[in-house]
Write a protein that binds this ligand. Sequence first.
Ligand code: 5GP
Ligand code: MG
Ligand code: MG
Length: 181
Amino acid sequence: MRNDVSHILFSEEDIANRIMVLGDAITRDYADKADDGIVLVTVLRGGAIFMADLARAIRLPVEIDFMAVSSYGSGMKSSGVVRILKDLSSSIEGKHVIVVEDIIDSGLTLSYLLKNLSARNPASIEVAALLRKKTESQSDVRSIYTGFECPDEFIVGYGLDYQERYRNLPYIAVLSSEHNE
Ligand code: 5GP
Ligand code: MG
Ligand code: MG
């Protein structure tokens, strides 16, 4: 599997260290909000592995819930038209929501999700994104808890797939170019 990868951007250790910092920040920022309920809304499937580690780095009680969305688009680019494939299991009304995403590329998926979730009257809503791509044309989505900035290349590992493979790589890497056309 390593041969499919062009180079590693963030090692297992880099990821673990960064998630500790994010977990500490969330613990501090949400300490007085825990009574209302904090929900980590994970965007399947890419966000699942990040959420599992992030949740354990937060030293407050949190609920976890999942959404699955599909963006209509061709190939590896997002179109911004999003369909909900699986909705949350519980209401988020009055709760503090942290949307857990794998990567912000165009930002269109997240913009849609934030609009959709905000309409359900949560007490607050913020974003934790493992990665944020440095691209020219990113819609203006705010991610307070961002793991890493990454180059505008196709990223796999630690939850992120290419055709459903590579999600279980423990590091974050750029897919080698023969897979990336
Ligand atoms: P958007 O362009 O709407 O910000 O990104 C939508 C989704 O496309 C992301 O949440 C992620 O699941 C997927 N995506 C975007 N860029 C990449 C990438 O470089 N690698 C992988 N594996 N998925 C990506
Ligand atoms: Mg995603
Ligand atoms: Mg994918």
